[in-house]
Design a protein around this ligand. Structure first.
Ligand code: IVH
Length: 712
């Protein structure tokens, strides 16, 4: 029998009922997380092919074990819940997904299935439309009396996000329709062309902003902007291919209905064809596949739809997809090459990511020389070794992946890859927390890969909060090498006075880049510099909790920093405790005894101080600043020792302020509601936390009641 961990590799047919249940549970989780990454964050975590394979496996297991189908089964769901950034827009008619076909047989079976359902003979006439499946995101456009009223994303299929303001900026989409039914919902795909995607990424890169992984993400990210002016600046396009609610029928066939959409002014796909046999469908599929590389936008398959709308009506839907349509997916493009090296990249958060350096090879018309290896487990699971001949796959514009190693071609001496345990950038030790896939560098304070972000955090509002030293200024200092670790901030003045550095105040331009004041290098602007020095000097005795937070230790934000500050009272005590707690024993136990501190949080502090580079950087910093001691006294406030959760928006202060105030009064602030919660302070827009509180019988306060309680 396969080991538990191998379950995901076991063919569906060989699973026992018990294993099937475990596997369905796993798949529900993996697919939900992939959905969130794809739909919610516009950041896919796997290729479409991998995703389809997971869904297929889920469907196969459910077919064999229908009783084990879970209420949270991915087969009952499309997309992910709408984000809270936008108003919700319930769909009058659900927006569904499509069943997939992966090969000719699946398409033949689709035709046969439709015929069986409609009780049509094998030779009875039955026409299908065939058109490219656009790799974008679907949109529902509701027109009332010919005027565009609501534009909504698919969301979870039942409720989407109201993106009307943004859609009004998309020139492909008509804002009014002539001669349309009083109510008409037009559905189609928003996408971005390859050329526009490339230009947008270049623009973002120049402005030092994060770029998009592929055109689909760029389209989604551009559409789901809070500020519609940003959407307006993004070149989004649209193809109409379907409809939702319509107060009068558009036509009697799919083909004619799309024709009408075109007359209303919607772009429709020029490769839409009517096919009267499976052979024609498959040959149009080939024709589209051949044109794929030159279309100028991403497509990931061909959609076939029963042409007659009365047939569509009769066929109806099954769970998440219509019986009258299917998406014939293109196979992922694959090639074989040699893995020449594995490099480790260190991200801004210290994550060590392995990257495969490949002998360049063409996959689907694109030269590929790098592939992602995800993480340590992936390398071990596939037993990928340097020198191996590997099969790589490219799906859409997602970074290529290594699918498998061709073991027959492995050279005799190929050795197992050993994942580094130190950071290749700074040499600090890199640790992997239990249950985490990622190994992280712990040298946060000094590691060049992370230092800039850490410095920004160091001076940020919840941390040392140095006036006049914002993110852009830090960036400028960092790029010029003037400040690369926290201690350097405090030596700026001395170095300037000694003439060691030539400090001028940088002017930050609107696009985020910086220039010297008035363009040219100019004499020091004494007043601003003096102000900056004064602001820095003002922070030489920071509050202990702010100082602890400022260090940016893993898992230690404002709340946990305060817990540690309160408990240990001084920085030296904390440092000593952290070093003592590196081994199991009383120091570790004491740390875990702090209310709110578990092994994970304790680990963040311990690993940080274990790293010699950090200790050295702290020593340099302590030459310059002396964190204050924190008096540990029982507070007399009515909320001392109580656990409080804030949810929803507050009116008289920001949530951060409210939290800070609660902490200052000795309360513990938590992010989630449990039976241990004493109060939930709920403002407008409160959601699941409020529900949980009510379910658990936790006291729920309005903002006003909370203020009364603390006497604010
Ligand atoms: S028809 C009832 N036609 O694919 C389903 N969908 O995987 C009506 N898509 O949600 C959809 N191109 O976002 C249809 N030509 C096309 C399409 C298309 C892309 C998307 C659409 C749908 C998803 C399903």
């Amino acid at each position: 029998m396969a080991k538990k961990s191998d379950l995901s590799l076991k063919p569906v047919k060989e699973l026992t009922a018990e294993e099937a249940a475990v596997e369905l549970l796993r798949l529900a989780g993996v697919i939900a997380s992939a959905d969130d990454a794809y739909y919610g964050d516009d950041r896919p975590e796997m290729t479409d092919a991998e995703y389809d394979a997971l869904r297929r496996r889920n469907a196969l297991i459910e077919r064999d074990y229908p009783k084990l189908k879970r209420p949270d089964s991915p087969s009952l769901r499309v997309g992910s819940a709408p984000s809270t950034k936008f108003e919700k827009a319930p769909h009058a008619i659900p927006m569904l997904s499509l069943d997939n076909a992966f090969n000719d047989e699946d398409v033949i079976e689709f035709d046969a299935r439709v015929r069986r359902f409609l009780k049509l003979e094998a030779d009875a006439p039955l026409a299908f439309t065939a058109e490219p499946k656009i790799d974008g995101l679907s949109l529902n456009l509701r027109y009332e009396n010919g005027v565009l009223r609501v534009a909504a994303t698919r969301g979870d299929g039942a409720v989407g996000e109201n993106v009307t303001a943004n859609v009004l900026t998309v020139s492909d989409i008509p804002k009014t329709l002539k001669g349309a039914p009083d109510i008409l919902e037009v559905r189609g795909e928003i996408y971005m062309s390859h050329a526009d995607f490339k230009a947008l990424n270049e623009r973002l890169e120049k402005a030092d902003e994060e770029i998009f992984a592929n055109p689909r993400n760029a389209a989604a990210g551009s559409l789901r902007q809070i500020d519609s002016a940003v959407t307006a600046s993004r070149p989004l396009r649209f193809f109409a291919y379907a409809w939702g609610e319509a107060s009068a029928p558009l036509a009697d066939t799919q083909m004619k209905a799309v024709e009408r959409l075109k007359k209303f002014g919607f772009p429709t796909n020029p490769m839409l064809r009517l096919c009267t046999s499976v052979e024609e469908m498959l040959s149009h599929y080939k024709a589209i596949e051949e044109k794929r590389a030159t279309l100028g936008y991403d497509i990931d398959g061909v959609v076939y739809k029963v042409d007659r709308l009365d047939y569509q009506e009769r066929l109806g839907f099954v769970s998440r997809s219509p019986r009258w349509a299917v998406a014939h997916k293109f196979p992922a493009e694959k090639a074989t090459t040699v893995l020449e090296a594995i490099d480790i990249q260190v991200g801004r958060t210290g994550a060590l990511t392995p990257v495969a350096r490949l002998k360049p090879v063409t996959v689907g018309g694109v030269v590929v020389s790098n592939a992602t290896l995800h993480n340590q487990d992936e390398i071990e699971r596939k037993d990928i070794r340097v020198g191996d001949t590997v099969v790589i796959q490219r799906a859409g514009d997602v970074i290529p992946q290594i699918v498998e190693v061709i073991l027959d071609k492995r050279a005799g001496g190929a050795r197992k890859y050993k994942f580094p345990e130190t950071c290749p950038v700074c040499g600090s030790h890199a640790v992997r927390e239990e249950g985490e896939a990622v190994r992280r560098c712990t040298g946060g304070l000094i590691c060049a890969a992370q230092a800039k972000e850490r410095l920004k955090h160091f001076v940020s509002r919840g941390a040392l909060d140095i006036e006049g030293l914002g993110e852009k200024q830090i960036e400028a200092f960092f790029e010029s090498g003037i400040v690369t670790e926290p201690a350097h901030i405090f030596t700026l003045e001395a170095r300037q006075r000694a003439g060691e550095i030539d400090l001028y105040v940088y002017k930050v331009k609107a696009d985020g880049s910086y220039a010297l004041k008035d363009g040219e290098k100019q004499p020091t602007n004494l007043k601003s510099v003096e102000n900056l020095f004064a602001a820095i000097n003002d922070r030489r005795a920071p509050a202990l909790d702010r100082f602890v937070n400022a260090l940016g230790m893993r898992h230690i934000g404002e709340t946990n920093a305060r817990l540690f500050a309160r408990h240990y009272g001084s920085f030296s005590a904390l440092m000593e405790a952290a070093q003592g707690a590196a081994e199991d024993g009383p120091a570790y136990e004491e740390m875990l005894s702090i209310e709110g501190v578990g092994a994970l949080v304790a680990g963040g502090v311990i690993e940080f101080f274990k790293e010699e580079h950090n200790r050295a950087a702290i020593e340099r910093l302590l030459q310059e600043v002396s964190p204050q001691e924190m008096k540990i006294e029982a507070s007399a406030s009515p909320v001392a020792g109580k656990t409080v959760v804030f949810t929803g928006s507050l009116e008289t202060m920001t949530r951060d302020e409210a939290k800070a105030q609660a902490l200052a009064l000795g309360a513990k602030v938590s992010g989630s509601v449990s039976a241990k919660t004493d109060y939930v302070v709920a403002g407008p827009g409160a959601g699941s936390k409020l529900k949980n509180a009510e379910a658990l019988g936790v006291a729920v306060l309005t903002e006003g009641e909370w203020r009364d309680l603390i006497g604010a």
